[in-house]
Write a protein that binds this ligand. Structure first.
Ligand SMILES: [Zn+2]
Length: 482
């Protein structure tokens, strides 16, 4: 008999939709691909709306970008391919079909296979394989008021319609929601290093996930809008399936929707198969060829990728591999780091601050450093002030939040009048005050009953100076005074 562990083995596969936001125009027309923040339904044309008499023209750079990503992920780039129509009705798509690629009926996606190596939270190296990477157009966007189930109406905005997506389909090799998050983090870093998308943009990286327990039916969860939501959605869906299986109810093969507002998955449709989409070759587009010469040209465009960058950081800046990996996990963080150490000659100090106080703040607000206003110059200015003794490290920590909002640390120090106080005359005066106000405590310290009372006195000096007193000088002065 199988053990309980075998029986509850979960298999997770992801379909990651990456919008190639660095393309200037949409996939088949000359509309700007920069539609975010624009008035709804203003970034459209007859082609991306699919009006009668119009024909799509393929954006050549879309092929180049997808090829670059395929090379970065060790996929096999196809020499020749064509597009398919996936037919279905949904209000976010005016044509009633989506132009995509298909791996059956003689079709091949632009990239076949591939793999990604990443490190889990438990510091385990894992490899996840890709089934394929294919190109397709993005549909428009439906907007609900609050939850999809309770919204009294739905708006449709076609601005996104026709933007370029690369869909990265993995094998069901992920074993937990945490692994899925670590995998996506690495994928994001690779994509940003390749330079084909800015994934801090809203909706630029979206996921569908298929989840099944060994021996049970597979459920697909659609519309997970960001990397942050993936872990949540997977955790919920695993719990739902586990409860069913344990109480003897069979899992139904179905497609479910992730409701971000209520944080539950809800059933959308069952018994849907590929057949229902009536895939057929797109007759309005010619086949695409990427010959050896073209492939060589594109390969030469590939910039430094995360794994190579980690190795270079270790060698060039003499920092531990762990630090290098954490920094390179986000391209903007790694860029920030390199800009900072050009101005400040202590590579380890800079990485300590970035991985410590800065990263902590970013994690709290779920932000990437590129989404804040801190500059490498600001960080370096603060480190310089600590180094030359203008402020204490403790004060530095209190400045990080405002620095992330764009204020320079020197201005903060001036405004808040926070400076390291090591002037013995000033500190002596404050210590006199503390001693006068805490006669009983001073007596206790002198009697040596409770060593913690000494730290209480240090704390009182800190409190009176708002953390600016140099702790070493303060301790020495109190000892002397006792
Ligand atoms: Zn258009």
């Amino acid at each position: 008999m199988a053990s309980d562990d075998d029986e509850m083995k979960v298999m997770i596969g992801l379909e990651v939709h990456v919008q190639l936001t660095k393309l200037h125009t949409k996939m088949f027309c000359s509309c700007s691909s920069d539609y975010r923040g624009k008035e709804p339904n203003t970034v459209t044309c007859a082609v991306c709306l699919g009006l009668p008499g119009t024909l799509p023209v393929l954006n050549k750079r879309a092929i180049e970008f997808a090829t670059l990503l395929g090379i970065a992920l060790n996929s096999k780039i196809q020499e020749s391919m064509f597009f398919f129509r996936k037919n279905y009705y949904y209000p976010d798509m005016t044509k009633n079909f989506q132009i995509t690629q298909y791996d059956k009926a003689g079709g091949v996606p632009i990239c076949v296979g591939g793999e990604l190596t990443f490190t889990t939270g438990k510091n385990e190296r894992r490899v996840v394989h890709f089934r394929r990477l294919h190109l397709e157009e993005d549909p428009g966007k439906l907007q609900y008021e609050g939850s999809i189930t309770t919204s009294p109406y739905v708006y449709v905005d076609y601005n996104r319609n026709g933007s370029t997506l690369v869909e990265c389909v993995t094998e069901p090799e992920l074993r937990s929601p945490e692994e899925a998050r670590a995998f996506l983090k690495k994928l994001r870093s690779i994509i940003e290093h390749v330079g084909i998308a800015d994934l801090s943009l809203e909706g630029s990286m979206r996921c569908d996930a298929n989840i099944s327990y060994k021996g049970h039916a597979r459920v697909e969860v659609k519309n997970i809008s960001s990397m942050k939501e993936v872990e949540r959605a997977l955790n919920f869906e695993m719990m739902r399936q586990k409860q069913k299986i344990k109480s003897g109810v069979e899992i139904v093969q179905e497609t479910r929707h992730w409701d971000e507002v209520r944080r539950v998955t809800i059933s959308l449709r069952t018994k849907e198969t590929e057949k229902d989409y009536r895939y057929f070759p797109e007759p309005d587009l010619v086949p695409v060829t990427i010959d050896a010469k073209e492939l060589k040209r594109i390969k030469a465009l590939l910039p430094e990728l995360p794994d190579a960058r980690v190795l270079r950081f270790v060698k060039q800046y003499q920092i531990p591999a762990y630090d290098a990996e954490v920094l390179v996990d986000s391209k903007s963080m790694a860029d920030f780091y390199e800009a900072a150490i050009k101005m400040f000659n202590d590579a380890k100090d800079v990485s300590n601050w970035l991985m410590g106080d800065v990263a902590r703040r970013l994690n709290e607000d779920n932000l990437d450093i590129s989404e804040t206003k801190i500059s490498p110059k600001a960080l370096v200015q603060m480190l310089q002030m600590i180094k030359d003794g203008t402020i204490t490290g403790k004060i530095g920590k209190t400045l990080v939040k405002d620095m992330l909002d764009g204020t320079m640390p020197a201005d903060l120090v001036k405004k808040q009048n926070v400076k390291r106080i090591d002037d013995e005359a000033i500190l002596q005066k404050i210590i006199d005050e503390v001693f006068a106000e805490n006669e009983n405590v001073v007596k206790e310290v002198k009697e040596g009953k409770n060593p913690r009372t000494f730290e209480f006195l240090v704390g009182q000096v800190m409190k009176k100076t708002k953390g600016q007193a140099d702790p070493e000088v303060t301790r020495a002065l109190i000892k002397k005074r006792l």
